[in-house]
Design a protein around this ligand. Structure first.
Ligand SMILES: Nc1ncnc2c1ncn2[C@@H]1O[C@H](COP(=O)(O)OP(=O)(O)O)[C@@H](O)[C@H]1O
Ligand SMILES: [Mg+2]
Length: 129
């Protein structure tokens, strides 16, 4: 998350973070996937959105982890955006790889909501991963 805040600061986009970015209980695989996806989403905000603000909200529950990346920029044109580049498709495929999913909501700006099952590290250890 430190890099994320640096990227946004360099682009003069206000950044707010809600929730604990350490994800201490989440599997390493899921954590890596999420951090790549958040980085792509934030890079997109810098490149495409003309936003002045970005917020990231991390919400863990007993079964899932939901990470919402939101900007107040020009918004996105829905499914057709997947064919424009590899970034969004990459996010979707990576999340599917860890049994997660993503949702794009375009209202005022863009909201990317990523959901992954909260596989705990201890379970991974038991499985010998
Ligand atoms: N936060 C955003 N705000 C506005 N448009 C966006 C945002 N993120 C992505 N887009 C649009 O979706 C398209 C596809 O994004 P992506 O798959 O990452 O490809 P790339 O970044 O290489 O163009 C972008 O070209 C842009 O038009
Ligand atoms: Mg991109």
């Amino acid at each position: 998350m430190f890099r994320i805040s640096q990227i946004l600061k360099a682009a003069q986009i206000d950044f707010t973070l809600e929730g604990d970015p350490k994800l201490a209980d989440t599997s390493l695989m899921t954590e890596n996937v999420l951090s790549m996806c958040v980085k792509e989403a934030v890079t997109n905000i810098v490149k495409h959105s003309s936003a002045t603000a970005c917020s990231i909200v991390i919400e863990p529950s007993s079964t899932d982890l939901i990470v919402t990346v939101k900007d107040n920029g020009i918004g996105m044109g829905g499914e057709s955006m997947y064919s424009r580049g590899h970034g969004l498709r990459g996010i979707r495929e990576r999340l599917e790889f860890v049994n997660g999913s993503m949702q794009i909501i375009s209202e005022i700006g863009t909201i990317i909501r990523m959901k992954v099952p909260n596989v705990f590290r201890s379970q991974e250890k038991e499985a010998g991963i």
